[in-house]
Design a protein around this ligand. Structure first.
Ligand SMILES: Nc1nc2c(ncn2[C@@H]2O[C@H](COP(=O)(O)OP(=O)(O)O)[C@@H](O)[C@H]2O)c(=O)[nH]1
Ligand SMILES: Nc1ncnc2c1ncn2[C@@H]1O[C@H](COP(=O)(O)OP(=O)(O)O)[C@@H](O)[C@H]1O
Length: 404
């Protein structure tokens, strides 16, 4: 049945009297997960407040400062923290905007386990919580010159409100018609490498001698706007996305022949002869992998452009029967600015700590976390939100109704 509230706001220095100096000047919560205690603190006395994580390893009697991946919550006035499924801590921030108040600190999810193994250090990862679901992103891969960009442009032109493009980062130089922030975020290798290390990328790969990568923000910004995200990435990138928490549709575009590919690259005229040869060498391996690796759900041959475009639309369900209106973007959650949170099974009850704030739906809110999807390094989706009936007896969570 129900569980005791698991919010802690306590004097941590009394609790851990081993002389460790907690670095927080503001507000702390602590949560026990197995033999570790995760202390989340906000330095909200500073002009720029920040959130930090420290871990107390009870078995070793030692404090550890972990590597923190992902984008963390922005400035806020305090927070409540609740453990979910022994692998992530839900952090509800006070005084944040409605689209920025639910966060998850992953402490032992699959993603975090992988990162710990790869780095050999203690790792935690942030993921922002979002109401409802987003449509599956579409990953499009294929060798250079096969027509990926052409097909994506046709799709975006015909269905401008339905699709949004994930703008990748790259270290390659812009072509004459390319605009920074539209076709790519053109960046320097050292900056991109640091962002990769900080967990800001969903995937990255070295392609034709340059670094390319999809930032979590690039994909999630499209999904948050209610559009379906399209990614144009190479086969290595597709493989990484397949292994990540992002649930997507994977499409490989193959050329009718390598000779046709070469002809298209020459006609496009954006690469030198040497660069074209490099792309053709890579193309052979990509075609082999694309067709045999099991990464892709669909393989389309781009021989006749119009035919290939029709096939693409068909497999995306754009055969005239589907609505082409975008889904409304996920709405935020209006929380009371100061609140206490407690957990009962898969429901989090959030109660205002500001007496007489008037609006009952703002006073008590229930977050249903039974259908969570995704997570670090992307958003955590599938949160459902309910208002609690103002009747005081409804604290049992019987009198709840869904907020639209
Ligand atoms: N892994 C990965 N590959 C990318 C990304 N962005 C672009 N690519 C791939 O990098 C390759 C080269 O892209 P580009 O330089 O634009 O040349 P083009 O494919 O010949 O137009 C293509 O296979 C793209 O699909 C990314 O963010 N991640
Ligand atoms: N089916 C097709 N037949 C002939 N040319 C094509 C076809 N599809 C695309 N092209 C041309 O081939 C070139 C490469 O296409 P592009 O979309 O830039 O490829 P990618 O993005 O895969 O590198 C472009 O000049 C484009 O106009």
């Amino acid at each position: 049945m129900g569980e005791a509230p698991v919010i802690y706001v306590e004097n941590l220095k009394d609790r851990f009297s081993d002389g460790f100096n907690l670095r927080f000047k503001g507000f702390e919560t602590s949560i026990d997960v197995g033999d570790k205690t995760f202390v989340i603190g906000s330095n909200n006395n500073d002009s720029i407040s920040s959130i930090e994580v420290q871990i107390y390893d009870k078995s070793k009697g030692k404090w550890v400062i972990p590597t923190v991946l992902g984008t963390e919550p922005k400035r806020y006035e305090g927070h409540s923290a609740i453990l979910l499924n022994e692998d992530r801590i839900m952090v509800i921030t006070w005084g944040s905007t409605p689209d920025d108040c639910i966060w998850f600190l992953e402490v032992d999810t699959e993603y975090v386990k992988q990162q710990k193994k790869a780095s050999g250090t203690e790792v935690v990862a942030w993921s922002k919580g979002v109401r409802g679901d987003a449509e599956k992103p579409v990953v499009i891969s294929g060798p250079s010159g096969v027509g990926k960009g052409t097909l994506i442009n046709m799709l975006m032109k015909e269905f401008p409100t339905m699709f949004g493009f994930s703008v990748s980062h790259t270290t390659r130089a812009p072509r004459s018609m390319e605009k920074n922030g539209v076709h790519y975020h053109f960046t320097e290798r050292s900056i991109m490498e640091k962002d990769i290390k900080d967990g800001k990328f969903l995937e990255f790969a070295s392609v034709h001698g340059n670094l390319y990568g999809t930032s979590t923000e690039a994909v999630e910004a499209v999904a948050d706007s209610g559009k379906r995200c399209i990614l144009d990435i190479d086969v290595q990138g597709a493989k990484s996305v397949r292994a990540s928490s992002l649930d997507a549709v994977f499409i490989f575009i193959s050329p009718p022949s390598v000779a046709k590919l070469e002809e298209r690259l020459h006609l496009r005229g954006t690469e030198t002869q040497e660069q074209i040869q490099k792309r053709l060498r890579n193309a052979k391996a990509e075609i082999e992998q694309g067709k045999s690796s099991g990464i892709f759900d669909h393989i389309l041959c781009n021989d006749h452009l119009e035919k290939c475009y029709d096939d693409l639309k068909k497999l995306l369900g754009l055969d005239g029967t589907t609505s082409t209106n975008p889904k409304p973007s996920s709405k935020g959650i209006n929380l009371p600015s100061k609140h206490a949170a407690s957990k009962i099974n898969n429901k989090i009850l959030i109660k205002s700590e500001t007496p007489g704030s008037g609006n009952p739906s703002k006073n008590s809110i229930v977050l249903d976390v039974s259908l969570l999807k995704g997570g670090a390094p992307s958003r955590t989706r599938g949160l459902n939100v309910y208002a609690v009936d103002p009747n005081p007896f409804s604290d049992s969570l019987n009198g709840i109704h869904k907020l639209s």
